[in-house]
Design a protein around this ligand. Structure first.
Ligand code: ZN
Length: 477
């Protein structure tokens, strides 16, 4: 009687979900619960919030936020295709931080991966994007149905956890993940790591919820994601379609090999263009200063090779960093591997030092492979690099809301300004624009205050131009 009573109490105390869950011992049970075998394509459309990774106003702050007013996320699990296509509007008013702020009106961002091939839509063109490949492979591979499909192939083992089960999965050189399967046998949370040129093995956390059954497949209608410790995505699907097909892979993806075009801006001053992010090399008596080491190893190693061709026999002693945004700082480690000291504002040094101390196991870069350590020259609001003959002044652009420690270069003898992001003359500026970019007007005010006599502008994005274009872009007469 006593025993029976105890069993009765126990049965009552056991929640039904746990009773059911106790049977799920294998990844096959998870696959069945999720309906993975029935899912060929999944297409989500909805809205949400997007944050630009690596684009904060100050190092260590949250990534800048945008309204995601329309978004589709489409997966083809048979062909290994992921397409992300969304439209952003400005959230920060006034604009604060990077990631292509300020947005006037709406801005589309579209990219995708098919197998190993990554692409991005740039205006009228769809171009290959090797730089996006790690992230897109990660985003596809760590999506719930792709993860469980891969775990089935790997015969991954489930381990019991407080809230369900976990399994581990990795794709060598790409990403690794620890996956939490909830008591309802659905993928609820993914902790993953993917390579970042600045942060190394970057931690990404993704939470999936609001699961809904569509044609026997369980699909999460909400996705929240954090990367490098801050939110990057909060997506709510208004609609999801299973096996509706229609996921289009661009028929021709324009390959864009790493091209560095060296153009002489003045005697011993080289504008190194040809990609999305440029650099400049300044020849000193017995060394070279490389101004901006962008993107990552692929771009910056090509730039370093171009420097050696343009200025043979002189080592790159300094690598000047305009600001900590990842697209502008991603190649600094390649310069450090080359033996250059990283010249950056003092605000960034502790951030880079902490980032560089993180493990880099997924895709070890040139510096990691060299076993060398990066060395820094932390500068204040003004710093001068000179060999006694040529002078390169470095100035902080004060109160520029793109970045709190934005550095411009100025060559007083050559009257050349070197600038990133505050002025990017991609198209010719022939009149004062209808909408002024506040980053540009602030740059112009700083130049007046510093009394810099500029004739030519070397921009990190856009064309080598005369100062007149900057004056117009800033709305000055
Ligand atoms: Zn920037």
């Amino acid at each position: 009687m006593r025993i029976k009573h105890k069993a009765f109490i126990l049965a009552l105390a056991l929640p039904p979900a746990l009773a059911g869950a106790a049977r799920a011992q294998t990844i096959d049970d998870v696959a069945r619960a999720m309906g993975v075998a029935k899912a060929e394509t999944i297409h989500y459309s909805g809205t949400g919030t997007f944050w630009g990774v690596g684009q904060s106003f100050r190092p260590g702050e949250a990534w800048p936020r945008f309204n995601m007013v329309r978004a589709t996320r489409a997966f083809d699990l048979k062909r290994h295709v992921f397409v992300s296509d969304f439209v952003l509007t400005q959230f920060e008013v006034p604009p604060r931080g990077g990631a292509q702020q300020p947005i006037f009106g709406e801005q589309r961002r579209a990219s995708g991966i098919a197998g190993d091939k990554a692409w991005t839509v740039a205006g009228a063109f769809t171009i290959a994007s090797p730089r996006l490949q790690p992230t897109l492979l990660h985003d596809y591979g760590t999506s719930p149905h792709a993860l469980v499909t891969a775990a089935l192939a790997d015969k991954a083992k489930l381990a019991p956890a407080a809230d369900g089960w976990t399994f581990e999965i990795a794709r060598s050189g790409r990403w690794r993940a620890s996956v939490l399967v909830g008591k309802s046998r659905l993928v609820e949370r993914v902790d993953s790591w993917v390579d970042s040129p600045v942060l190394g093995d970057m931690h990404v956390a993704t939470a999936y919820d609001l699961y809904k059954e569509i044609d026997g497949v369980m699909v999460p209608m909400r996705l929240r994601q954090w990367a490098g410790g801050h939110p990057v995505l909060d997506f709510v699907a208004a609609e999801a379609k299973v096996n509706a097909g229609g996921i289009v892979v661009p028929p021709s993806i324009r390959e864009a090999p790493e091209i560095v075009k060296a153009e002489k801006a003045a005697e011993g001053v080289w504008f190194l263009a040809g990609g999305s992010h440029h650099s400049a090399a300044i020849e000193m008596r017995d060394h070279v200063i490389l101004f901006e080491c962008p993107l990552g190893d692929a771009r910056t190693l090509a730039v370093i090779a171009a420097v050696k061709q343009a200025i043979p026999g002189k080592p790159i002693r300094y690598a000047v960093n305009t600001h900590h945004h990842f697209d502008h700082a991603g190649g600094l480690r390649a310069c450090a591997a080359e033996g250059a000291a990283i010249v950056t504002h003092a605000m960034n040094k502790p951030y880079f030092e902490a980032a560089y101390a993180a493990p880099r196991t997924l895709s070890p870069d040139a510096l990691a492979r060299s076993g060398k350590a990066a060395s820094f020259v932390a500068i204040g609001d003004k710093h001068v690099l000179t060999d006694g003959e040529r002078v390169l002044e470095l100035h902080r652009v004060k109160d520029n809301s793109h970045n709190d420690a934005l550095i411009v270069g100025y060559l007083p003898k050559e009257k050349i300004l070197l600038v990133a992001d505050a002025f990017s003359p991609r198209e010719p500026v022939t009149a004062i624009p209808a909408q002024l970019n506040p980053f540009t007007t602030n740059l112009w005010a700083n130049l007046q205050q510093l009394k810099l006599d500029v004739d030519t502008v070397i921009p990190i994005h856009g064309r080598l131009v005369k100062v007149e274009e900057l004056r117009l872009a800033a709305g000055a007469r």
